[in-house]
Design a protein around this ligand. Structure first.
Ligand code: NDP
Length: 256
């Protein structure tokens, strides 16, 4: 009587159907040598995608086509795409995940720390997305997910460069969404909060304890929490969702 349909009883059968639909789509993930990017690549592979992964070292999880490419170098980005196109086909799903931090208080922040972070996190994502869109436009299908951060909208003292780079990704995603929606291409941001990776292992115990106190779910995210959200936005089923920021932050940003 409510008109709301119950979820399918046999959840496994439902999952099976979804993953079959993704079968064979080509996904490219940047920053797959460790952390969140490695988890996203492995997760998409398990869901039936053919996956390529880039990083400066070129390492990627087993079964993923690993390619060495520095996203600050336009030629290397182009060469990586050509290799993916030659070996597994044109990229239909792009996850721009590679990113760095160079933390420090504003008054002491060197130009180099600003330039490195903007050059990798924002300009690197720009180059990666720019190279993706022509083949996606031709295919009339594309899924682009940019890995942002809650820092973009809550701000993080000591991370002026990083927060600015991640805020830039939101403007980029929404502009891409507007430009290319008519071609069947979606572009969204997944914004993790505090995730246990090498990047956050660098934080002091004090900073880590302070973060945990402020997270309603009282734990750091595991990389799989982020990968699951990314997988959803990459799926065919998410085809009517574009220009959104999906926080995966244990509630610390309360939906912002
Ligand atoms: P890691 O430092 O563990 O991994 C970063 C990845 O990016 C590595 O694979 C690294 O590979 C790659 N990378 C860095 N610079 C370049 C470059 N110039 N060209 C190509 N690849 C590069 O970070 P996380 O896994 O923690 O973070 C992944 C993403 O998630 C980042 O964008 C980060 O900002 C974001 N994020 C992380 C959070 C966290 O709590 N950990 C919270 C919110 C967002 P290599 O060194 O081999 O090049």
């Amino acid at each position: 009587p409510t008109g709301i349909r119950a979820p399918p009883r046999d959840a496994n059968r439902y999952r099976g159907r979804v993953s079959t639909q993704q079968n064979g789509r080509v996904a490219l993930v940047t920053g797959t040598s460790r952390g969140i990017g490695a988890a996203i690549a492995a997760d998409l592979l398990a869901a039936g995608y053919r996956v390529a992964g880039t990083s400066r070292t070129g390492t990627a999880p087993e079964g993923v086509l690993g390619i060495a490419a520095d996203i600050t170098e336009p030629d290397q980005v182009d060469a990586a795409y050509r290799r993916v196109e030659d070996e597994i086909g044109p990229v239909e799903v792009l996850v721009a995940n590679a990113g760095i931090t160079r933390d420090g208080l504003l008054a002491m922040m060197k130009d180099e720390a600003w330039d490195d972070v903007i050059g990798t996190n924002l300009s690197g994502a720009f180059r990666t997305v720019r190279r993706a869109v022509r083949p996606m436009t031709r295919a009339r299908f594309g899924r682009i997910v940019l890995i942002g951060s809650v820092s973009a909208y809550v701000g993080t003292p000591g991370q002026v460069n990083y927060a600015a780079s991640k805020a830039g990704l939101i403007g980029m995603a929404r502009s891409v969404a507007g430009e290319l929606g008519s071609r069947g291409i979606t572009c969204n941001v997944v914004a993790p909060g505090f995730v246990r990776t090498d990047m956050t292992d660098e934080l002091s115990d004090e900073v880590r304890a302070d973060y945990l106190k402020r997270i309603p779910l009282r734990r750091a995210a595991e990389v799989g929490d982020v990968a699951a959200a990314v997988r959803f936005l990459c799926s065919d089923e998410a085809g009517y969702i574009t220009g959104v920021v999906l926080p995966v932050d244990g509630g610390i940003g309360m939906g912002r």
